[in-house]
Design a protein around this ligand. Structure first.
Ligand SMILES: [Zn+2]
Length: 136
């Protein structure tokens, strides 16, 4: 590995996160879905936060979402994220809210309400992250 390559911060792996990050690495993100009430949840956990069922299964998400909020950072905090860079809050179509980045074209005005599509970014150090692009 090139030692000059900025290292992407590693995911913080709790007890239930590994299947999600493995699915992201394979570029087909899965989240937990409750077999009892149908609710999707993120972050992953031991059971459904809506109905308390322990019967949750990993299912692929559809990849669509809507931007709830956004910000552009003009100060660099991490070597892997040179400024300026954006951060977006996306409500994916399944319901959960994820924090990510918008890649490619950006809206000229307000970003809130813009439809986005899930994509996967391979960082210079090989890490794969879920990101979003404006929906066609
Ligand atoms: Zn449930």
């Amino acid at each position: 590995m090139n030692t000059d390559t900025a290292q992407t911060p590693s995911p913080v792996l709790g007890l239930y996160d590994r299947p999600m990050w493995e699915s992201i690495r394979k570029r087909g993100m899965h989240l937990q879905c409750c077999q009892g009430c149908g609710a999707w949840q993120y972050p992953p956990g031991p059971g459904c936060t809506a109905c308390l069922s322990e019967n949750v299964v990993w299912r692929p998400v559809g990849g669509g979402g809507t931007i709830l909020s956004w910000v552009i950072f003009h100060r660099q905090y991490l070597a892997a994220y040179p400024a300026p860079y954006n951060v977006i809050a996306v409500r994916i179509d399944e319901g959960p809210v994820m924090i990510s980045n918008l890649e490619g074209d950006t809206p000229s005005g307000n970003w809130i309400g813009q439809r986005v599509a899930l994509t996967y970014a391979e960082m210079p150090d090989g890490a794969v992250l879920p990101r979003f692009t404006l929906a066609a």
